[in-house]
Design a protein around this ligand. Structure first.
Ligand code: KG4
Ligand code: ZN
Length: 356
């Protein structure tokens, strides 16, 4: 066989995903099962529930990805699987399934760091050389890093508390947007973006977090509490019960989205200036990659565009289906590691998953 072929398996959070990708970035087969619907109903992820759903789906999802690829499993060069970070119970399902498969097929195993996979995804869709800057913003992730090589990352900043998607999900829940006729099937972040278009952000004056901090860290829990207080106040003023939708919900959504966008843009601006001042990034054609579920927010993207335009950077985002968790990014990270000769285990003896 001419090309290297990697099977990637992802179960770190609430998606059971698998894909077969070749050396040139062709996706030969992919499959995904999302648990979002179940977790929306319970108002958040309950780890044992996520674990059970991964168990029920992993065999079928991996089989679907392999069948779609029309390859024989014996043709695989390696199996790559997310081993961290994530929910311990969820990660365990993917890892133990993969180790069985590795044993059965006698293939090399490539343990994958979930954030590395998110960061490298752009190299599957675009010709992006190292180094580049990456901003990962989702429900579980919030970090800024300089990517100098396949497994050479300089962490520039991270959230000191919760991730922006988590904050937006909590605000959306507090506003009962799931009961809003236009937003009932949307994630919290998407619901906030949708409603914000109908709202006026100037009705509230909210300070962006960490204005004085001379670093690239983030914080979203303070903002969440400010919004909580505003909602409580408005509930009193409007005389509504918990669970009903405020008439000022759209204004609140617009204000929280704007404040989060400002905060994210400012921290990213600092990171770009920091890297350029130290010649860690090219002066004239530096690249900022933005990924994660929150990267699909067009208002936040616009704010980031202002920053990249002002600093002569190119802003790149993977397509939305590759911004959220998927098997393709794991398989691609496996390809990147195979090509770089990094972290390939030919003997999985001693690789065990120990649940906490
Ligand atoms: O990457 P992802 O699917 O999963 C992880 O969290 O790892 O991201 C999901 C997060 C959720 O918090 C969701 O509310 C947020 O991304 N999100 C958005 C939008 N679409 C999804 N946040 C803001 N604007 C959106 N359009
Ligand atoms: Zn992720």
């Amino acid at each position: 066989f001419l090309h290297k072929l990697v099977l990637g398996i992802e179960t770190s959070c609430d998606d059971t995903a698998a894909a077969v990708v070749d050396e040139t970035g062709n996706v030969l087969g992919e499959a995904i099962h999302s648990q979002t619907e179940v977790h929306l109903k319970t108002g958040g992820i309950i780890p044992p529930v996520a674990q059970q759903l991964h168990r029920e789906n992993i065999q079928r999802i991996v089989q679907e990805a392999l069948s779609a690829s029309r390859i024989f499993p014996s043709e695989l060069s390696a199996i790559a699987t997310t081993i961290k970070p994530g929910l311990a119970l969820s990660l365990g399902v993917g890892l133990s399934f993969s180790l069985q498969l590795v044993d059965q097929l006698k293939k090399p195993f490539i343990p994958i760091h979930h954030m590395e996979a998110h960061a490298l995804t752009i190299r599957l869709t675009n010709k992006v050389e190292f180094p580049f800057l990456v901003l990962l913003i989702s429900g579980g992730h919030c970090l800024l890093a300089l990517v100098r090589g396949v497994s050479d990352f300089l962490l520039l900043g991270k959230s000191l508390d919760i991730a922006p998607g988590d904050m937006l999900d909590k605000v959306a829940r507090r506003l009962s947007l799931i009961r809003h006729p236009e937003c009932s099937t949307m994630s919290g972040g998407k619901a906030v973006e949708h409603l914000a278009k109908q709202g006026n952000r100037f009705n509230f004056d909210i300070k962006p977090p960490l204005q004085r901090a001379k670093n690239c860290d983030f914080s979203f829990s303070g903002l969440q509490h400010v919004i909580d207080k505003i909602i409580m106040q408005k509930e009193k003023e409007e005389g509504i019960e918990k669970g009903q939708i405020l008439s000022s919900a759209a204004d609140i959504a617009a204000a929280v989205q704007h404040t989060a966008a400002c905060h994210i843009a400012k921290r990213t601006h600092r990171a770009i200036l920091f890297c350029k001042q130290r010649n860690l990034l090219s002066q004239s054609n530096a690249v900022l990659v933005v990924s994660g579920g929150v990267a699909s927010n067009l208002y936040i993207r616009k704010a980031l565009e202002i920053v990249t335009n002002a600093t002569q950077c190119t802003l790149l985002c993977p397509p939305p289906r590759l911004c959220t968790d998927n098997g393709i990014m794991i398989a691609w990270n496996g390809i990147e590691r195979l090509r770089a000769g990094l972290g390939i285990l030919h003997n999985i003896e001693g690789v065990r998953y120990e649940p906490k």
